[in-house]
Each structure stands twice: as structure tokens, then as C-alpha cells.
Design a protein around this ligand. Structure first.
Ligand code: GMT
Length: 386
């Protein structure tokens, strides 16, 4: 198949999954065209059958803001026509599903392009529900030929908030490559990160308010009162100063907490970690938790949204109510109590991650593409007229 993929190319789970999906599809013989404003961050080097089309951002004195969704639609239209794409798979509805719809309208009936929109999270739970975006988000999702969501939770949210028929939404979970996220593969960076042999607690995110990074620091502070431990933050974003302020307020120093900033190779870092904290307010899936689990890192997270479908409670970690930093610290200490306990959780985490192996999930997308391609034009996945 010839597949176009659009995503946010910068750091973030939706861009990571879209890029990993494209690379996996190419390795399985498909031709993949990324249509984005920058090279996707997880696209490392030349790969056979993978192409990158950069969306040109138009600057003009009249435009206070460049009309990116139009530039994207123009690029999608051009690539779809020139490369004769079968599928245009967009990740994150806003504005990608809208741009895809415009591109398809421009192609007209002579081109059988099918649009698939994968819903990832705040496109449904937050941004899409902004009053000004609600109607256009619903419209663009409904007009997609296929819709997928990364968890049952997100499918339910989409049905509840946008009234979209749940039968139209296929749940295809995020995935992980267990050969990449394998702690035995990496030379040990532990000594650099925890030179005194402390327990290494890690958090990876884009530091937006939904991640509750202050709770990471609060939980860590409680852990550290009982055992020698160090916290490593990976990533960057608007709430990084919040995390630093919380650390200062608690008298935690650079010796206790390390901010590594954005990093490309999270697998190597996770390979050194003893515990992963994800105390999010809401999480439609929690890809970083899955990557931690695959690396044999037990996870302590919040029992919210899709995290309950990813983290196996009591097996690969623990799930606590949002804001329960006391409970999260206690759960962390249970896991870190001794080597036997940690090993049990670590093995449980790795085992639970096998349910999301890339080898299992990518064929789900292939089968879904086939179904969408075989459905008659102008009908949805139930065969009814639109
Ligand atoms: O939805 C967002 O705010 C951004 C998005 C991203 O690009 O990281 O995150 C969502 O998609 C990820 C990949 O499917 C999921 O792992 C995250 O749980 C989800 N974020 C939220 O639901 C807050």
C-alpha cells in the first residue's frame, strides 16, 4: 500500500507512535510518505520506502499567523496525487483531520484516497472540546473514512463528547518494540546518573499541566525520606519551572533531582531506571509508561483514563487516585523494598508489555487499512450511506 502519514513531528507520544508505525509499515513492504512541517523526531536516518515531504510554512506580512492547516492540506493534496496514495493516515484530529478532508475534497471523486484519523488524547478530551473547536472536530472526525482510538477509554470519551457512533471507532492500542526497549541491550549509564548507588526514579513527559509534575517531586520527596534515591526528569515543556519550584520549596538540590531536558534515546535512559512515575491528571494511553514497562521498569501511575488498560495493577506496578502522593510513595516503596520484590515487579512489567508488541499491533493497522480500502466510497465502516 502507499500510505501518507501526518503527525506532530516534535516530541510527544502521538508523533512517536505515528513515526514508529510508518517505519514498521515500510519494513513490511509498504511505501510510506510522511507529510509534516519538520522531520519526525523518531525518524533517524534513510530508510528504504520512507519519504519525507516538508510542509512549507507560508510567511506574508498580512498574516499574523501562518495558515498552517491550509499549507498542510495543499501538501497532502499534492503528495496524494503525485504519489497516488491509497491511505492518508492522520494522527491527532486537530487540525490534521480537517486538512485531510480538504485535500480529499480537492482530489474529487477520481481519486479513491481514504482518510484514517487516529485519536490520541487531548484532541478529544481537551482541545477538541473547546467551544470554538467542537463542531469542526466532530465534522472532521465523522468525515474520515476510518477512525481509530488508542484505548477503550478514548473511544468512550469520543462517543460521549462528540456523539460519534462507537461502531465507527476501532480501538488499536499503542505499541512498543521489545527489542529496542530492552535493558540488557544497553551499556550501563547508571553510574553517571546515580553515582552513589541510589535508587533511580524517572519521569518522562512534555511537562504540560496534565502531567502534574509537582506530584512527581512530592512523591519522590517522600520516597527519598525512606531510601537513598535520585529523580531524573527527561523532557521539557511549560511546567518544568513548576517542578523546579516544588523541588526548591522542599530543599531538594541538583544532587537529588536531575533535569536532562529533551532526549532522543529514551530506551537507553529507561534501561537505568528502577521506577517510573506518571501521576497524570488524565492520560488516554500513557505511551511512556508502556515504554518503561517494556524496559522492565515498574510503574507507579494514576488510575485514570487509558492507564488502567496499560499498567497491570499489582503486577508491573501500581495505580493510585490522582493527587494521592502519599499512596504513590507507599506503592513505590513496596516495589523498591528489596531486590526480590523489585525483580518480581520488573518481570511483571515486561511481561505485561508483551501484549502491546509492535509485531501484534502493526498488523492490526494493516488489516484495518484493508477494511477501509474495501469499503465503498461514501459509506462508513458499517456500510451505511453518510
Ligand atoms: O494528547 C496530547 O495532549 C498529546 C499526545 C501526544 O502527542 O503525546 O498525547 C496523547 O497521545 C499519546 C500517544 O497515543 C498517549 O500516550 C497519551 O496518553 C495522550 N495524552 C493524553 O491523553 C494527555
Amino acid at each position: 500500500m502507499k500510505i501518507g502519514i501526518t503527525c506532530y513531528p516534535t516530541y510527544g507520544g502521538s508523533g512517536a507512535i505515528a513515526t514508529e508505525l510508518g517505519m514498521a509499515l515500510a519494513s513490511r513492504g509498504h511505501e510510506v510518505h510522511f507529510i509534516t512541517y519538520a522531520q519526525p523526531f523518531r525518524l533517524p536516518h534513510f530508510l528504504e520506502r520512507v519519504y519525507f515531504h516538508e510542509v512549507e510554512i507560508v510567511r506574508y506580512p498580512l498574516f499574523e499567523h501562518s495558515p498552517y492547516p491550509l499549507s498542510l492540506a495543499a501538501a497532502m493534496h499534492e503528495v496524494a496525487e503525485r504519489e497516488q496514495l491509497d491511505i492518508l493516515h492522520v494522527h491527532y484530529a486537530i487540525p490534521h483531520a480537517t486538512s485531510a478532508w480538504i485535500a480529499k475534497e480537492m482530489l474529487g471523486d477520481r481519486h479513491g484516497l481514504k482518510i484514517i484519523t487516529t485519536l490520541h488524547g487531548t484532541d478529544i478530551t481537551l482541545v477538541g472540546q473547546e467551544r470554538s473547536f467542537e463542531q469542526i472536530t466532530r465534522f472532521s472526525i465523522e468525515r474520515s473514512d476510518g477512525i481509530t482510538a488508542v484505548s477503550d477509554f478514548l473511544r468512550r470519551e469520543t462517543v460521549t463528547h462528540f456523539g460519534i457512533n462507537s461502531e465507527r471507532i476501532e480501538v488499536i492500542p499503542n505499541f512498543v518494540d521489545l527489542n529496542v526497549y530492552d535493558r540488557s541491550r544497553f551499556a550501563d549509564h547508571r553510574n553517571a546518573l546515580a553515582p552513589e548507588g541510589e535508587k533511580l526514579v524517572m519521569h518522562i513527559s512534555n511537562f504540560r499541566s496534565v502531567k502534574r509534575v509537582r506530584d512527581v517531586v512530592r512523591t519522590f520527596d517522600r520516597i527519598r525520606r525512606s531510601i537513598p534515591a535520585r529523580l531524573v526528569f527527561v523532557g521539557d515543556g511549560p511546567d518544568r519551572p513548576e517542578a523546579a519550584a516544588e523541588a526548591d520549596a522542599r530543599g531538594l538540590t541538583n544532587e537529588d533531582i536531575v533535569f536532562l531536558g529533551k532526549q532522543d534515546s529514551v530506551a537507553e535512559l529507561l534501561a537505568c531506571a528502577d521506577l517510573f512515575l506518571l501521576p497524570s491528571e488524565s492520560e488516554s494511553f500513557g505511551l511512556s509508561a508502556l515504554e518503561a514497562m517494556a524496559s522492565g521498569v515498574p510503574v507507579v501511575a494514576t488510575a485514570t483514563g487509558g492507564l488502567t488498560e496499560v499498567v497491570a495493577e499489582g503486577v508491573g506496578g501500581h495505580l493510585l487516585p490522582v493527587g494521592d502522593v502519599e499512596g504513590m510513595a507507599e506503592a513505590s516503596l513496596t516495589i523498591l523494598a528489596d531486590q526480590a520484590s523489585w525483580s518480581r515487579y520488573s518481570e511483571g512489567a515486561r511481561e505485561a508489555a508483551t501484549a502491546f508488541r509492535v509485531e501484534e499491533v502493526v498488523p492490526m493497522y494493516e488489516r484495518y487499512y484493508e477494511r477501509v480500502l474495501n469499503q465503498p466510497s461514501g459509506s462508513d465502516m458499517r456500510g451505511g450511506a453518510r
